[in-house]
Write a protein that binds this ligand. Structure first.
Ligand code: DP6
Length: 376
């Protein structure tokens, strides 16, 4: 796969209005990418507003490989009794959850303010919203989809409502849907600043660098298991905050240090530093999971074999050419530079291909390493 395989359309709203019978249907479509953290968000200081205990930083993956496409529509002809609705991958999904409701509420309030200021605007805020959402990656890829999902939901409705909001402003809303979603409003390298305001008004995402700043960066997803994770991120991190002593060390010392080193490595395009911080932060996060009581294990034997394989690749190269990271599940994401594709992806494929139960599961993703998303 080459760089920037498809033009990024997510920040160019497609909004049209169709005249259907007597009532107009207003519509907007958008896409949002998946992001994979290299300094992990793990812990909430306010569960209601979804405020984190630490800042985090992620890399946005290419939308041609992994993205959610969402269309939002509203119309006075939609029966009010129907309320807001969501069809996700072809099936009716729940929108009654507190987090989805928070996103709807905030977006409607912004639209209502525009309508109050300009009475000539159609009263979209009073109409039910219908959302239709599709992921272009199989659920079987075992990837968390909430980040791309909530980012696309928020941007589709913001476009529908023609809100004059910047990606950072939208990130404040997406954060309330799912913390990691606030980082999917941007391409490239993205920081979620934890902020310190009690109302969460400064807990938002910003872009550290565009993807084009470091165009050689690549990521490959190694699918260890497509099964849904045992302990959800939301409840796992709550248990960690409540019970882990190691967690205090992580949020006080480890993460602030990693955030600084990570931003520096990206600015300087220093892959070795980037890779080491990535791997150490993943290890630190999984250590706090193991220190949670009862302990949480997201990685399995195959995940650990992937870690050993990456270590072997780096040792053989005599430098750090590959970095692993794991979220709240056993699948590995490996970062590397384009020129090291053979040394990294080729070796992973050969080594891990010998491990039972791995080859079949990984062949596909190893063959389609993903490039990074162009900045929005
Ligand atoms: C391990 O964003 O899914 O992937 O805010 O409760 O929805 P909620 O959690 P979520 O947690 C992601 C955790 C992580 C690390 C990361 O993406 O930074």
């Amino acid at each position: 796969p080459s760089l920037y395989q498809s033009p990024i359309v997510s920040h160019q709203p497609r909004r049209e209005s169709l005249t259907m019978a007597a009532e107009k249907v207003y519509r907007a479509s958008t896409t949002a990418p998946v992001n994979i953290a290299v300094v992990k968000y793990w812990g909430k200081r306010d569960a209601k507003l979804n405020l984190p205990t630490n800042s985090s930083l992620s890399v946005t993956l290419s939308q041609s490989d992994l993205r959610t496409l969402t269309t939002a529509s509203c119309s006075a002809s939609y029966p009010a009794s129907e309320g807001d609705s969501l069809i996700l991958n072809g099936e009716a999904a729940d929108v009654a959850g507190a987090r989805t409701q928070a996103c709807f509420r905030e977006l409607r309030a912004h639209r209502a303010a525009l309508e109050a200021a300009d009475p000539s605007l159609p009263k979209l805020s009073a109409m039910p919203v219908r959302l239709v959402s599709e992921n272009n990656f199989p659920t079987a890829a075992g990837l968390a989809s909430s980040a791309a999902g909530f980012a696309a939901l928020v941007r589709a409705i913001a476009d529908l409502y023609e809100l004059p909001a910047s990606p950072s402003e939208l990130s404040l809303i997406a954060r309330q849907g799912s913390g990691s979603a606030c980082r999917s409003l941007f391409g490239g390298y993205v920081a979620w600043r934890m902020g310190d305001a009690a109302d969460g008004s400064d807990s938002l995402a910003d872009q550290v660098a565009e993807a084009s700043h470091w165009p050689e960066m690549r990521a490959v997803v190694l699918v260890v298991s497509a099964a849904k994770k045992g302990v959800s991120s939301t409840s796992g991190m709550q248990q960690t905050v409540a019970t882990s002593g190691l967690f205090q060390e992580r949020i006080t010392n480890v993460v602030p240090r990693n955030m600084e080193a990570m931003e520096k490595s990206i600015k300087e395009r220093d892959f070795s530093a980037f890779a080491q911080v990535t791997m150490r932060d993943s290890n630190s996060f999984h250590a706090t999971c193991a220190d949670t009581y009862p302990p949480i294990f997201y990685m399995n034997d195959v995940s650990r074999a992937a870690i050993r394989a990456v270590e072997a690749i780096n040792t053989a190269a005599g430098r750090t050419v590959a970095a692993y990271t794991f979220d709240a599940g056993p699948n590995a994401v490996i970062y590397y530079l384009e020129k090291e594709t053979e040394a990294v992806v080729g070796t992973l494929y050969r080594t891990l291909g010998e491990i039972d139960g791995w080859k079949a599961a990984t062949t596909q993703s190893l063959n389609s390493s993903v490039s990074l998303d162009e900045g929005t």
